[in-house]
Design a protein around this ligand. Structure first.
Ligand code: ATP
Length: 267
């Protein structure tokens, strides 16, 4: 098992508490609670009797961006679903903030490739949804939603319906909806996979920008190694039945080139 990366060293996990000397936290404005730590202990994940991942040992540090790569069918989405509490492990345990994951929680927001927006609700009402579910007062919901709509570059589109937006804009709405409730973790499943190259690059930049304002832990699934290198503090590579390697993303072009080759070898 690979231990938690140096880049995240000093952030302690249980209970999601201290942020100390960490890269992203150094520059965050402090919105939301501290990032959530995840820990998988000999976790077996699968569907019915079919195991997809066996004996997974993995730690995700509070506030880090862990990108999961792997061949199609290696279990990237399965791992993410398990972290979200949508798929109980068949063996072992999954802990979030030191507590066993037994189901979904508002602390852990998800963003999917398919936008998952409610088509009959306006942008604002989609973004407000997590706050509405939590019973946040209408005026506060409206204020927070508007703030996030502006942060993701959609000022002026609050009253639009999802079908009136481009794919990239809909992903912006998803991002706003995921972050409006200040979750402690954001679990993203190929969120930019269906976008053209230029929109995808814009969304990657936007994601890096908005993450600076939160201390949320991010687990991001992609099959794109370049995207992984751009976004990650660490990259987890999934192989046939488990985590093959968890690698720190270094600073510097040459070191990244070496890492790219290493990841491609592991895939
Ligand atoms: N709901 C399900 N029921 C049964 N088997 C499933 C289910 N979802 C996924 N699987 C199987 O689990 C394995 C892993 O699927 P998963 O979607 O996690 O892989 P992935 O790495 O995310 O793939 P991709 O990159 O193609 O999205 C595959 O063999 C898939 O067929």
């Amino acid at each position: 098992m690979t231990s938690v990366a140096e880049s995240a060293a000093g952030r302690t996990g249980a209970g999601g508490t201290v942020v100390d000397g960490a890269r992203r936290e150094d520059i965050v404005g402090g919105a939301g609670g501290a990032g959530l730590a995840f820990r998988l202990e000999r976790a077996g994940l699968g569907y019915g009797r079919d195991a997809v991942l066996r004996e997974v040992e993995l730690e995700v540090a509070p506030g880090e961006v862990l990108v999961v790569v792997g061949a199609s069918g290696s279990g990237k989405s399965t791992l993410l679903r398990a972290l979200a509490g949508l798929l109980p492990p068949s063996e072992g345990r999954i802990l979030a903030g030191g507590r066993e994951v037994t189901g979904p929680s508002a602390d852990r927001a998800m963003v999917f490739q398919d936008d998952g927006l409610l088509p009959w609700r306006s942008v604002r009402r989609n973004v407000e949804l997590p706050l509405r579910i939590r019973g946040v007062a209408r005026s506060e919901r409206g204020r927070a939603a508007q703030e996030w709509i502006e942060k993701v570059g959609l000022a002026g589109f609050a009253r639009h319906l999802p079908r009136e937006l481009s794919g990239g804009m809909r992903q912006r709405v998803q991002l706003a909806r995921a972050l409006v409730g200040a979750p402690r973790a954001v679990l993203m499943d190929e969120p930019f996979g269906a976008l053209d190259a230029q929109t995808r690059a814009e969304m990657q930049r936007l994601l890096l920008e908005v993450l600076r304002e939160t201390s949320a832990t991010v687990v991001f699934v992609t099959h794109d190694v370049e995207e992984a290198l751009l976004l990650a503090d660490r990259v987890a590579v999934l192989g046939r039945t488990g985590v093959r390697a968890v690698l720190d993303v270094p600073v510097g072009d040459e070191a990244r080139t070496n890492l790219r080759e290493r990841i491609l070898e592991e895939l």
